[in-house]
Structures are given as C-alpha cells and as structure tokens.
Design a protein around this ligand. Structure first.
Ligand code: KG4
Ligand code: ZN
Length: 337
C-alpha cells in the first residue's frame, strides 16, 4: 500500500509518499516562517493563502521524487485537525478531492497522532506500550500509548504550550519568530546558575503543566537586567533549564506511575538538544530508553501524517466524501485500530 500524506495544520506545507514495504519514498516541505516572521507569529489568513499556493506544486514534486504516478497511490492521508481552520481546510479539500479523482480512499489524521508516531519512521521503533511526551508550539501533553488510537492523556498544559513559552520568551528577548530554536542557541553561551526560574507544578502531584508563570518570571528578569549579550544568554540558559527540568520531572513521574520504561518525545520542542541529553541521562539511570523522531521530523512534516494515515487505511478506516476539518479534536477520542 502506497499513501500520499498532506500536512497543512499551521505554517508548514508538508507532502510525503510512504510505501508499506519500501518505507518513505519522498518528502517535501515548504516552511512559511519567513512570511510570518515580520508579524512575530503565524497570521492565519496568510498561512491559508500560502498553503493554497504551494500544495499542488509540492504534491507534484513528491510524486517525481518518489518516481511514481497518480495510479501508484492507494490512498490519501491529510491532517484533519487540530490546527488553524483555514490552513486545515486547504489540506482537507485538496486531499479529499484528489482521493475522489483518483478513486482511492482518504483518511483524516490527527496532527498530534502524527507527531506521536513520527519515531516509527526510523529504526529502532518503540514498542507499545510507552509514555509519549508531546511538546509542540500548540500542545504539551503526557500520553500513555498502548497502541495506535489507544491513548490515555495523563496530563497537559493548563495554559501555554512548551514551544509557545519558548517562542514568547524569545520574542521578549528580541529574537525572530519562531524563537524557540534561536533561544536554545543563545542558551548554549549562557552560564548555568546565574539566574534561577521556577519549575512550575512540580511540587504538586499530577502530570499537568503550566508555563505562563515561568514566562512571566523570565519577562520580569529580561525587563530589569542589562541587555548585553552575556546577560541575555544567561537568562536564556536559565529559562531553558527550567522548561527542560520541568518536562523531565513530569516524564519521570509518568514512567513511575505507569511502571513503563519506554519514553517517546515528539513535536517541535523534541528537537531541543538540552532536553534530549537530559532525558537520555535520566532514562539510562532507570535502564529505560528514550525515542525521538529524526530531527527533520520533530517539527511539522508530511511524513508523519503519511505514516499515521497508512496505519489507519491499512486497518480499513476511511473518511466519507463530506469530510471536514476539526480545529479542536481531543486525542483520546480517536478510534483504536
Ligand atoms: O510541532 P511544531 O513544528 O508545530 C506545532 O505543531 O506547533 O513545533 C513548533 C514549535 C515552536 O514553538 C518552536 O519554537 C519549537 O517547536 N522548537 C523548539 C526547538 N525547535 C523547535 N523549541 C526549543 N528548542 C528547539 N530546538
Ligand atoms: Zn506540530
């Protein structure tokens, strides 16, 4: 079975072709970050228009790269939600229409399921069950994963997502959108321990997250401290340490609570080097193992949607002709396969 995957939930147009036997045959990505950088964040209307502009040329490029024709495609997977409704509608309309024209089934994929399964695109693949920490620009979630579609949400952010806190703090420091990776880079030059920020909600039981207080603490420090490069790096370093520590504490807690030893970390923030190394250390101490997607599949991409869609289409799940986008869509409402 060969599936074309389409991702358009936010500011990346991602197209990929995956084959059940041969693996990933092609993936194409167009990032709109430059378009939105001037506005300091994603402008939904501009995002939709840019997806419309790029989607068909990228589908064509993915077919060429995979050396296959329309007749070789057995199904189409597109991101159905959650995300920006206008952006989602572009992928859903194009995906559903192409499937109709090519007379193949279509499936609407949950964006966070795509992230969660992204480590499966490479070997070694994590075996079920495992704990997944999903950390993106829109979501922070701790999930017990017993199989595809068998998701128990153990905790999530009550306010800002981890990536959002990175981006907002970076913006306060004058870094360009999306500031998460730039803040992480600045933090590398910082001296650890110069500043200390809170590790929110770690002193109370439970697995929910809250990052807005930490963001405010960082903002107050940014405002009152000098603006030289070393001070900025020290603040970035303290902020990153606080986020990473908080995420690591909650992961350890989720593993202890469930008795599991396998951890999957996915979503844009899983590209963070400090987070990766701290979690590696923690997991080796408890004889566990942590799995990440390869770096290019941490942030939004079509490959993860193609992979998740392939699993569901193989199981016989399909979308009716009048499919729609779901800007809000609880992960634990998905059917199991
Ligand atoms: O998963 P993603 O591409 O989009 C959403 O679904 O939201 O995640 C993007 C988020 C942004 O907030 C970005 O700043 C953050 O991931 N991010 C990082 C790093 N790389 C991406 N945050 C911290 N450190 C990084 N290295
Ligand atoms: Zn995402």
């Amino acid at each position: 079975m060969r599936i074309l995957g389409i991702e358009t939930s936010c500011d990346e147009t991602g197209i990929a072709i995956i084959d059940d036997d041969l693996g990933l045959l092609s993936h194409q990505l167009y990032s709109q970050v430059k378009l939105h950088a001037d506005y300091g964040g994603v402008v939904p209307e501009l995002a939709s228009r840019d997806h419309v502009r790029k989607i068909v040329p990228l589908i064509k490029a993915a077919l060429v790269e995979a050396n296959c024709k329309a007749e070789d495609i057995d199904g189409i997977a597109y991101t159905k939600g959650p995300g920006l409704v206008g952006a989602l509608l572009v992928g859903a309309s194009v995906g559903r229409s192409l499937a109709f024209a090519w007379n193949v089934p279509a499936i609407g994929v949950h964006h966070m399921e795509g992230h969660l399964l992204a480590p499966m695109l490479d070997d070694p693949k994590p075996e079920f069950p495992f704990i997944a920490l999903l950390v993106s620009g829109g979501h922070t979630m701790m999930v017990k994963v017993s199989g595809i579609g068998q998701y128990e949400v153990l905790g999530e952010s009550v306010d800002d997502a981890a990536g959002e806190a990175f981006d907002k703090t970076a913006k306060m420091m004058g870094l360009e959108y999306p500031g998460g990776p730039l803040l992480a880079k600045l933090a590398e030059k910082g001296i650890s321990g110069t500043y200390t920020f809170p590790r929110p909600m770690t002193d109370k039981p439970g697995l929910n997250f809250s990052f807005s207080g930490l963001k405010t603490a960082a903002s107050n420090t940014i405002r009152k401290e000098p603006e030289d490069e070393q001070t900025r790096a020290n603040i970035a370093c303290a902020f990153q340490e606080a986020v990473v520590d908080t995420l690591a504490i909650k992961c350890r807690r989720a593993l202890k609570y469930t008795g599991l030893k396998r951890l999957v970390v996915a979503g844009g923030v899983s590209a963070n080097t400090q987070l990766r190394s701290q979690l590696e250390d923690m997991m080796s101490k408890i004889n566990g193992k942590v799995y990440y997607p390869r770096l290019e599949f941490c942030t939004d991409n079509g490959a993860m949607i193609a992979y998740a869609g392939l699993q569901r289409l193989k199981a016989g799940q399909t979308e009716p002709l009048e499919s729609k986008a779901k800007p809000r869509w609880p992960l634990d409402s998905l059917p199991a396969i």
